[in-house]
Design a protein around this ligand. Structure first.
Ligand code: CP
Ligand code: NVA
Length: 330
């Protein structure tokens, strides 16, 4: 349905298992080259521009993208909702045609996922989903890169080790809202051989259509998806525990009700240890974080790898931009 031949990263389904592991390895290679070897990129995006069309706030995704484009020698142009006509004074169709006629790639953060589909339909340049209400594909790349680094055996290097080897059979438990981050995790984890269990309050389950898709991907991959309401059931046997805010951007008006409905879902060291997590469990969170979903004793503990995860947004987004804008496709 999109302009013929233009590759995009709109959902996690745009990456095959092989493309997923390739992009993770490429991200590790970029990190190694830039941080360990101090190498420059050779500026493959010299003279090129990437537009960041963001209708919501962002710290990590914006900084990651702007610095990644700079590393590749290109220009990043931030277009916030206060700056351009995006969806307010002008249709998404017109905006997409106009902006894509002048830039070489678009990173778009939108409300409804249908908005990024409309942008992609009329864009003549690649679009990367920087977050929609249904998916956050670049976040899950950073999560998997971080886990790959953490589970790479001592003495080996992440950029030289296969992610399917390090990640296979790990069990990730999600405790919290059935939101965009959970959707993207469900779709990607089976592709690297990981199992996922989830506990959401009643009424906050993941999108059932996406869950069905994830179950099919998991069946094909031979991995498990466990769906629960009780956090203890989800955490039982987990290697990795993950949560996110209970109030996503755009849901601010539901805050009071959500805080009540999520009572009992706060991650604490006691809850995790008493629920039978593996002794070496690790904690991830996409950030921004609030105290209500996870206590400081977990969030700032040595078991938490959230800041490495945040930094890896840069290396994984860099790998995606390189793939789509320099190599012209995954
Ligand atoms: N994790 C994440 O997407 O953070 P930002 O909203 O700050 O970009
Ligand atoms: N679920 C959160 C993720 C923010 C990175 C949101 O959509 O606001």
């Amino acid at each position: 349905p999109t302009v013929t031949g233009v590759p995009h990263l709109l959902t996690d389904n745009d990456l095959s298992p092989k493309q997923l592991t390739d992009v993770l390895l490429s991200a590790c290679q970029f990190k190694h080259d830039a941080k360990v070897l101090g190498k420059s990129s050779g500026a493959p995006l010299a003279g090129k521009t990437m537009a960041l069309m963001f209708s919501k706030r962002s710290t990590r995704t914006r900084v990651a993208t702007e610095t990644a484009v700079a590393y590749l020698g290109g220009h990043a142009m931030f277009l916030g909702s206060q700056d351009i006509q995006l969806g307010v004074n002008e249709s998404l169709l017109d905006t997409s045609k106009v902006v894509s006629s002048m830039v070489d790639g678009i990173m778009a953060r939108v409300g409804a996922h249908s908005e990024i589909e409309t942008l992609a339909k009329y864009s003549t340049v690649p679009i990367i989903n920087a977050l929609s209400d249904l998916y956050h594909p670049t976040q899950i790349l950073a999560d998997l890169m971080t886990l790959h680094e953490l589970y790479t055996p001592t003495g080996s290097e992440a950029h030289k080790t296969s992610p399917t080897q390090t990640l296979k059979n790990l069990r990730l438990a999600w405790v919290g809202d059935g939101n965009n981050i959970l959707h993207s995790l469900m779709l990607q984890l089976p592709k690297v051989g990981m199992h996922i269990t989830m506990a959401t309050p009643k009424g906050y389950e993941p999108n059932q259509e996406i869950l069905k898709q994830a179950q099919e991907i998991a069946k094909e991959a031979g991995t498990e998806i466990g769906v629960f309401h009780d956090p203890r059931e989800a955490i039982q046997g987990a290697d990795i525990i993950v949560t996110d805010t209970w109030v996503s951007m755009g849901q601010e008006e539901e805050k009071k009700k959500r805080l009540q409905d999520f009572a009992g879902y706060q991650l604490t060291t006691d809850l995790i240890n008493n629920s039978g997590a593996k002794p070496g469990w690790k904690f991830l969170h996409c950030l921004p974080r609030k105290q209500e979903e996870v206590t400081d004793d977990v969030f700032y503990s040595p078991k938490s790898h959230v800041f490495q995860e945040a930094e890896n947004r840069k290396w994984t987004i860099l790998a995606c931009i390189d793939q789509l804008l320099v190599k012209k496709g995954f």
